[in-house]
Design a protein around this ligand. Sequence first.
Ligand code: CO
Length: 187
Amino acid sequence: MILPIVAYGDSILRKTADEISADSVELQQLIDDMFETMEASRGVGLAAPQINKAIRLFIIDSSRMYDDDDADKADATREVFINAKILEEDGKSWTYEEGCLSIPGIREDVARKPQIKIEYLDRKFKKHTKSFSGLTARVIQHEYDHIEGKLFIDHISPLRRSLLKRKLDNITKGITNADYKMRFPKR
Ligand code: CO
């Protein structure tokens, strides 16, 4: 089932999400629904708060971000992250233009470190500790921010953010040309 994506301005996007204590049929269904929702909106990642659940769950599929001849194409992955914890971030920060399904129509340069080490449970609740780099690390960092109540626009300068204020207010009011289903806090 495709779920509506929570728009910027909803307080759930600002909450620190709760740990998930146990597997359940509902959780597995939710993960399937999140993949369906992410694909329908052509996203590369989706976090549970974006579908109105304040739990520490996000999914990514970074394969779309790489070209077939990219040397680092092997870094691309499709994965579920439950109760993730970033243990380390390393390297010299690099800038890339990010967007977010909850903030349609806005893209901004964000600086992040290129390497991460992260501990998480997969959808079978098996524990992993893995390292990721480049674009895949970036998608994970962006989605991880969501379960911490942060958004990519928190990383840009106050001046840039003030220039976006009207656009952001419009998204909150439901004035957007997103071509996927959303739910708006003020409508
Ligand atoms: Co996002």
